[in-house]
Design a protein around this ligand. Structure first.
Ligand code: MHO
Length: 166
């Protein structure tokens, strides 16, 4: 039987590593690389890289909440990038690399806000958290060659530590 899945969307820098990571999390059924949070319809990778469509490189995560609760996905989101960087992640610079939690429900919004406040209060980072929490807008899947990119191109750039999926 197909599990009853829910959706979550995250932007945490270059989507290759973010998608590859979430795909490895138990309870995640699918992780699709794409574009969210912008205005252009069905944007191309080149357009998004140009930085003028408003989109962030994002990953749409479909998950079984009976196996992995949304709060646990938030834990992974914070872990796999540096949320204090503004319009940048590691070597990648531009608003398409900004940090965003795109929420799909009021419950997700509350959980996201709560986890951001908790991280701020923990003192883990010296700088403030730049992550935006926004309602999910239309998600445009990226071109097929961007799906499973790191499996197809193991030597490609990746800012996420894929060896440590807890
Ligand atoms: N640093 C990588 C980013 C790719 S990512 C899908 C590159 O320049 O190709 O934005």
């Amino acid at each position: 039987m197909e599990p009853r899945t829910e959706q979550a969307s995250f932007a945490a820098g270059c989507f290759w590593g973010v998608a590859a990571y979430f795909k490895r999390v138990k309870g995640v059924v699918r992780a699709t690389a794409g574009y969210c949070g912008g205005s252009t319809e069905n944007p191309s990778y080149e357009q998004v890289c140009g930085g003028r469509t408003g989109h962030a490189e994002s990953v749409l995560v479909e998950f079984d909440p009976a196996i992995v609760p949304y709060e646990r996905l938030l834990y992974h989101f914070w872990k796999i990038h540096n949320p204090t960087q503004v319009n940048r992640q590691g070597n990648d610079i531009g608003s398409q690399y900004r940090s965003v939690i795109f929420t799909h429900s009021e419950g997700q919004r509350e959980a996201a806000e709560g986890s951001k406040i908790e991280l701020e209060r923990s003192g883990h980072y010296r700088h403030s958290i730049a992550t935006a929490i926004e309602s999910a807008t239309e998600f445009w899947p990226a071109e097929e060659y961007h799906q499973d990119y790191l499996a197809k191109n193991p030597a490609a750039y990746c800012h996420v530590d894929l060896s440590n999926v807890d």
